[in-house]
Design a protein around this ligand. Sequence first.
Ligand code: SF4
Length: 708
Amino acid sequence: MTATIGKTTCPYCGVGCGVNLTIPNSSTESVPPVSGDLNHPANFGRLCVKGSSLAQTLQSDDRLLTPIVKGESVSWESAVGTVSDKIAQVVQDHGPDAFAFYLSGQILTEDYYVANKLAKGFIGTANVDTNSRLCMASAVVGYKRAFGSDTVPCNYEDLELCDLLILVGSNAAWTHPILYQRMAAAKKQRPNMKIVVIDPRETATCDIADLHLAIKPGSDAAIFSFLLQHSAQTGILDNDFIAQHTNGFNDALKQANESTPNLVSAAKFSGVSEQALMRLAHWWEQTEKTVTFYSQGVNQSSSGVDKCNAIINCHLATGRIGKEGTGPFSITGQPNAMGGREVGGLANQLAAHMDFATPGAQDLVQRFWQAPNMATENGLKAVDLFQAMEEGKVKVVWIMSTNPMVSLPDTAQVRRALEKCELVIVSDCKAHTDTTALADVLLPATGWSEKDGTVTNSERRISRQRGLLPAPGDAKHDWWAICEVAKKLGFQSAFSYKGVHDIFAEHAALSTFENNGKRDFDIGYFSQISKLEYDGLIPVQWPVPKGKPEGTKRMFEDGRFFTPDGRAKFVPIVPTLPINEPTSEWPFMLNTGRVRDQWHTMTRTGDAALLTKHTDQPYVEIHPKDARQLGIEDKTLVRLTSPYGEALLKAKVSRAISPGNVFAPIHWTQQFSNAAVVSNLIPQVVDPLSGQPESKHAQVKLEAVTEV
Ligand code: SF4
């Protein structure tokens, strides 16, 4: 008998590559268990090292196999009873906002949908936030301010079709490797294509760059403020597009003229040479087909939303949007950060891309869900949520598939919050993470290859993650656990689904309910989807309205946006620097990010021996001049201290970083060594509009460690 091949989607980054998982039918068969799906439009058969090592993560000695309450293994029935009784009690005694979900871009759209429905429609709280807040919340608000909707205009093909590709705050070579490979291949095929990297560090992505602007950390908006001003001065504005499809251009240009009146001021603000900035400006001026690709370096900032709008302004002003090879293109970090956005998985969203502030949306969603206890206003965003927990306002939190003890800023505060919370419920595949250690209730979850549902990648493409392998022990799907608790709380009919396809169909029906073509997110074509059709779902880019099963490759081709008057909006931008700039006491700026072969807090990638070879130790990158002054040698221990905590890391002395700056990867957890947890150092400073933490910029001081 030959092996069975199941098609699914990689669980790591927001590229969303298609994966073939081979399930041998006999132990003697030797077939590669994981390969890239040749037909998936994200990767066409390619996989990066993380994706191709997935088979090594399928067996774990640390699987959570039964529900555990206060340290004792219990039945699901008992655990569901404990959870639902406590939720009912705190809601009765303290109101619905005493409960919160803290979700993850790792869970599937259907999991997100039922969590959001239970909290916002039935318990009555909008306290549903997610670790995606740490990854792309600023991009969401930037799009909404400009387009009236959270809509990514481009697709991956545009990265290959453009003649100028500007990567801002993205080390795609390590964080989105398959997109990087596609960019590199396009550049090889068309050597005249220009690639510019705007990043304080010289990263691996610079290998394919024609120009690297090593900007002062956080100064990105000044570059785009200058490009807007330069576009006007050089006559490359698309005046017809501005007149017919936008509002607010004059105010945005006036601000750009004031903020960055000339090349000298822009170069000075951003810390780059005038020649280098002018080179970018010339290429921008001469190249119609331009894509600006941005990620966490832009988003994880106290002015992340403004940076996004500074980028979008330039594209609107030159009409470089809605056409092949053009557009502002934000890339998400997680496999389903986008799917969470679609169902309302952020505390300020309602459902189906509607917010609490969307006129008529609360009433519409309430009628659709027939919801008895509809939340009426925004809930708490991630950092605020954990602060409210420490203040005793949030008394029950259900954390799903994420490890906030390592990923949220200011670990000491997160610990205090979880210790104060009366009931911490954690759904996870793993028994031991830094967060499960603080849980009162542990619920065993299915993991990748067992979970069944959909994810949406960074180009709006919905793909299936398929349950191909049996769940071990008592592990259950997250959507099932949420529905069991909902039913126990008395909401039987609204949470009695026939299967995961039924949840997807309901989500699709809500997206088209009384829509009248007014919303960007419409997948109404799937509102009657059968189990068979769902099982065979082919990757497709939304919108997929009724009558358009092929989906939508590129947005805004007709120049119509989702604002009330259909026009995109320019936002005047004042470039600013990070809130916590270096001082004499804290003389270094810490930048954080990822290494090539690890993912988040290593709960999965840490199981693959191959993946630890690339970088086996946490480290801090430091410029040779700074290292010399501090008496720090390569590979020796360094103590980093910030006003919030400290970390001990090995020095990596490198010219890739500028003097006065240091870089450390985020992955290592307390299980490796408490001293290696970089989030110890990060302040809970957030963008005021998006609530996204400024994780890329923290003040620190450094000292060589002679004794530990
Ligand atoms: Fe997975 Fe991202 Fe690598 Fe693709 S690029 S295989 S989605 S980690």
